[in-house]
Write a protein that binds this ligand. Structure first.
Ligand SMILES: O[B-]1(O)OCc2ccc(NC(=S)NCc3ccccc3)cc21
Ligand SMILES: [Zn+2]
Length: 264
């Protein structure tokens, strides 16, 4: 039943079976991938035209439980991305995350030299050459996503303000307004100059090959309790409603791609 199939990670064989319904899952520019730092290529052009990341205090409107993550949605006002690998201006649409299970080291989608982080944040932007997000979402240059790894360390009070809303979105489709100022720029690591970039895809069905990935080299520190709080979100599983975790796609083959680095 559709209820049973509700959870794309836990129904059937999970991510390894997605190709049955979405053949593009075995495509040439799928994500996530392992970032083998011995095979990345420094591109001085990326440093010559620095990535310009602009966020504002007034750009986050609401938070929703999508059934596979939380999602903070934005009308994009004053939040734009350009430069670096991008040939156009991209507007901020939403951020969400992927994470692992208690006491496990997995959780992120991208890995670095085969190593996972406990969680990975995605800040999603769409190319303003298109009319809107839905028009951009399946175009080869349609989306640009900033990925920020989470690592266990000191508490991140800013992210904590978003997590305080989790109890208000207990089930798939639940949504509340964000009635305080939250600048997503708070979620960027101290050094956001150093990143890797490559052409890839959505990491969840429909897996559109429409994403220019910008993966920050430096992780963001959050507390171990904050990682645990991610798992207090709830989702449907074949065995009923339970804690949300392991909502990540493991890395897929890089195929004929080179990951470029903005740093030497
Ligand atoms: O790979 B990601 O998890 O991180 C980056 C990212 C961006 C977007 C999505 N998926 C979306 S927006 N699907 C809904 C939708 C699907 C098709 C049309 C409109 C709307 C997933 C990811
Ligand atoms: Zn994502």
């Amino acid at each position: 039943s559709s209820k049973k199939r509700g959870n794309i990670y836990l129904s059937g064989a999970g991510p390894s079976a997605w190709h049955e319904e979405y053949p593009v899952a075995k495509g040439k520019r799928q994500s996530p991938v392992d970032i083998n730092t011995n095979k990345t290529k420094f591109d001085p052009k990326l440093a010559a035209d620095p990535l310009t990341i602009r966020f504002s205090d007034s750009c986050c409107q609401s938070i929703v439980n999508t059934g596979i993550s939380f999602q903070v949605t934005s009308n994009g006002a004053g939040c734009e991305l350009s430069g670096g690998p991008l040939d156009s201006t991209y507007q901020f649409a939403q951020f969400h995350a992927h994470w692992g299970a208690y006491l496990k080291t997995t959780g992120s989608e991208h890995t670095v030299d085969g190593v996972s982080y406990p969680a990975e944040l995605h800040l999603v932007h769409w190319n303003t050459k298109y009319d809107d997000f839905k028009d951009a979402v399946d175009k080869p240059d349609g989306l640009a996503v900033i990925a920020v790894f989470f690592k266990r360390g000191k508490e991140h009070p800013g992210f904590g303000k978003i997590q305080d809303l989790f109890s208000k979105i207990p089930a798939k489709g639940a949504k509340v307004n964000i009635d305080f100022e939250f600048n997503p720029g708070l979620l960027m690591p101290p050094d956001s100059e150093n990143y890797w970039t490559y052409l890839g895809s959505l990491t969840t069905p429909p897996l559109y090959e429409s994403v220019t990935w910008i993966v920050m080299k430096e992780p963001l520190e959050v507390s171990v309790e904050q990682i645990a709080i991610l798992r207090t979100l709830l989702w449907e599983t074949p065995n009923g409603v339970s804690q949300m975790y392991n909502n990540f796609r493991p890395p897929v083959p890089l195929r004929d791609r080179v990951i470029r680095a903005s740093f030497g």
